[in-house]
Ligand binder design. Sequence first.
Ligand SMILES: Nc1ncnc2c1ncn2[C@@H]1O[C@H](COP(=O)(O)OP(=O)(O)O)[C@@H](O)[C@H]1O
Ligand SMILES: [Mg+2]
Length: 245
Amino acid sequence: MEKMISVHQLVKSFDNEAVLKGLDLTVDKGEVVVVIGPSGSGKSTLLRCLIGLNDITSGTVSIEGEAFTSESIVSKSARRKMGFVFQHFNLFPNLSVLDNLTLSPVKNKIMTAKEAERVALELLGKVKLENKIGSSVNSLSGGEQQRVAIARALALNPEIMLFDEPTSALDPETVKDILNIIKALAGTGMTMVIVTHEMSFAKEIADKVIFMDDGKILEVDTPDNLFNRPQNKRTKDFLDKIIYM
Ligand SMILES: Nc1ncnc2c1ncn2[C@@H]1O[C@H](COP(=O)(O)OP(=O)(O)O)[C@@H](O)[C@H]1O
Ligand SMILES: [Mg+2]
């Protein structure tokens, strides 16, 4: 199996305090990996280290075989292989839906304005927002904003999608729309790492589930094993505490 992501002994410290304490992880091409764990366990930091939003303190991260360490930074080419969807959308608030999708590809001279617009229209069709193309993102609902964010993350045709609690800030009735879009993406063979508290979704979509606690990966297994037969006491305690299914 081709490795899309490979993490070796990843440590990330803030002010000399390690919040990631030596993580090892691999993600194969087309694999869907779900990361669960209590708040503060380091899930967001892990995703941010993968894409270079946080530099790393020690260890290595490789994206399709291209490695970076504390001394190097993720290359532009590796960075462009990944799309990132945040809990709070992180859109450009004063811009239109269309401009949110076209700004970066055009500014970075990856696409002409015309090309970027064609790609944007196609992606907005996929997330069913063609009718909002000229609207300011401020005027959209949370679910609509997250759909724009997903379309924007797909605009550069990434090989890997990273989702950090993509439905945590949404009204319950819009959660399913977003989960269905993510499911459809998984169906296209997209490699994905998803941090989520939606356990039934995780069960359905994940090839493997990672349980993190206190900056460490304590358990990695199939969803069936991890949810039904957790081996680690802390995994079991975490699952017992949350209401799901
Ligand atoms: N920029 C930062 N500066 C200092 N501490 C941080 C920063 N980002 C995250 N942390 C700390 O790292 C730990 C892990 O945070 P985070 O990765 O956001 O956890 P999770 O996403 O699992 O809730 C927390 O204790 C958090 O306070
Ligand atoms: Mg987080």
